[in-house]
Design a protein around this ligand. Structure first.
Ligand code: FES
Length: 107
């Protein structure tokens, strides 16, 4: 298990536990912890409704072309640290990750 610190759209910080042995990505871990998130495409890097801003300086996997293209498309996503949560695997290397849920994740 690792811990991910998630700030929701109201500014509340949730200390979320996520298993590293289930092949989850961060979006799925958020769903498993019953925090609200749209994630409309179900993790295909096709909707951007799982966007977040990464606040800590963890080394994350490089962005795929699909993720980059999706983040380029929307003006609100063009900010430092912007990523798609469904493209970040839950592994030991992201233990302690701090993310702010992006505005597209809510209604
Ligand atoms: S869930 Fe659609 S891009 Fe991540």
């Amino acid at each position: 298990m690792i811990t991910i610190h998630v700030t929701d759209l109201e500014g509340t910080v949730h200390e979320m536990l996520a298993p590293t042995d289930m092949g989850f990505n961060v979006m799925e871990a958020i769903r498993a912890n019953e925090l609200p998130i749209k994630a409309t495409c179900g993790g295909m890097a096709m909707c951007a409704t799982c966007n977040c801003i990464v606040k800590s300086d963890h080394e994350l996997p490089a962005m795929s072309e699909d993720e980059e293209a999706m983040l380029d498309e929307a003006f609100v996503l063009d900010v430092e640290g912007s990523r798609l949560m469904c493209q970040i695997p839950v592994t030991d290397t992201i233990d302690g990750l701090q993310i702010q849920m992006g505005e597209l994740t809510g209604d």
